[in-house]
Design a protein around this ligand. Structure first.
Ligand SMILES: *[C@@H]1O[C@H](CO)[C@@H](O)[C@H](O)[C@H]1NC(C)=O
Ligand SMILES: *[C@@H]1O[C@H](CO)[C@@H](O)[C@H](O)[C@H]1NC(C)=O
Ligand SMILES: *[C@@H]1O[C@H](CO)[C@@H](O)[C@H](O)[C@H]1NC(C)=O
Ligand SMILES: *[C@@H]1O[C@H](CO)[C@@H](O)[C@H](O)[C@H]1NC(C)=O
Ligand SMILES: *[C@@H]1O[C@H](CO)[C@@H](O)[C@H](O)[C@H]1NC(C)=O
Length: 230
């Protein structure tokens, strides 16, 4: 993932400077400096991955003989994005749907309504990159789980489509899907319209709606070191 150098310019020299001058600096100035440091670190580049270790569901899960276990959807939000190739017992960091599942999906519950600025999809690392094709990404408030016999495949279209992949292309390593206007919802679902969905990780960068008012006050930094309101 390409990161702009936003935060680093804001942080340049600041921690050591502020500790050096702290004894003589006035309290209002210190508070302002502290506020600026705190807010600079919350630009779009520094948004948290809200999907990390959240509850995750899938239409099916593959029992994979190379590793003698299921490759569960939770492996796509475990924060592990690299692993040895080829697959072996230490390689338990990708989600793999069952081959017989015609339109497999994985769904992440962010836990609360969020404003999503960016989704990153990291493909399977060791092989088979061309299987990640014909994909659709949806973000909304309709819960998509695998509870109650067969899951919520029929409800998937209840959440708006926010990104669609051409049927002929595939994600070689990873894809970053940015949203200039944040997509608002609690559930993030990736489905492919063909069998065998395998992803290493799905990352959802944004902030929770409950903190949106506060977020708007934050100041954003960019690589020229200047600050501008969001
Ligand atoms: C499960 O995954 C393994 C490894 O990709 C594959 O060889 C096997 O055919 C898959 N089985 C099913 C039932 O999808
Ligand atoms: C999800 O709910 C929030 C309010 O809680 C709303 O602002 C947002 O538009 C909803 N998202 C969709 C896709 O309907
Ligand atoms: C999901 O699908 C089931 C079965 O069709 C339906 O009863 C339920 O109301 C749906 N939920 C939503 C939020 O659309
Ligand atoms: C992925 O790799 C294929 C085969 O090398 C190539 O044709 C295609 O342009 C690549 N796509 C992207 C998005 O890099
Ligand atoms: C940084 O922000 C300033 C002020 O908005 C803008 O003029 C400049 O183009 C921005 N630079 C980058 C690299 O985004």
């Amino acid at each position: 993932m390409a990161r702009r150098k936003a935060a680093s310019s804001c942080w340049r020299g600041e921690p050591s400077t502020s500790s050096a001058v702290m004894p003589v600096i006035s309290l209002p100035l210190l508070l302002l400096a502290t506020l600026m440091m705190a807010t600079c670190a919350t630009g779009d580049d520094d948004l948290p991955n809200l999907a990390l270790r959240q509850a995750t569901y899938a239409s099916s899960v593959n029992w994979t003989w190379e590793v003698s276990t299921y490759l569960y959807p939770g492996y796509a939000v475990d924060g592990v994005t690299e692993y040895p190739s080829p697959l072996h017992a230490s390689t338990l960091s990708l989600f793999h749907s069952e081959a017989s599942d015609p339109t497999p999906w994985i769904s992440v519950d962010l836990g609360a309504v969020a404003l999503v600025k960016r989704v990153v999809i990291i493909n399977r690392r060791d092989c088979c990159q061309d299987r990640l094709r014909n994909a659709e990404l949806r973000i909304g408030n309709v819960s998509i789980t695998n509870a109650a016999g067969g899951g919520d495949t029929r409800n998937i279209t209840g959440n708006p489509l926010v990104w669609q992949q051409d049927a002929g292309t595939y994600i070689n390593a990873s894809a970053t899907i940015p949203f200039d206007t944040p997509k608002v919802g609690r559930w993030v679902t990736l489905q492919i319209k063909q069998p065998t969905l395998q992803i290493t990780e799905i990352q959802v960068f944004g902030y929770y709606a409950a903190s949106a008012g506060q977020q708007r006050l934050y100041i954003r930094c960019n690589s020229s070191g200047r600050r501008r309101p969001r």
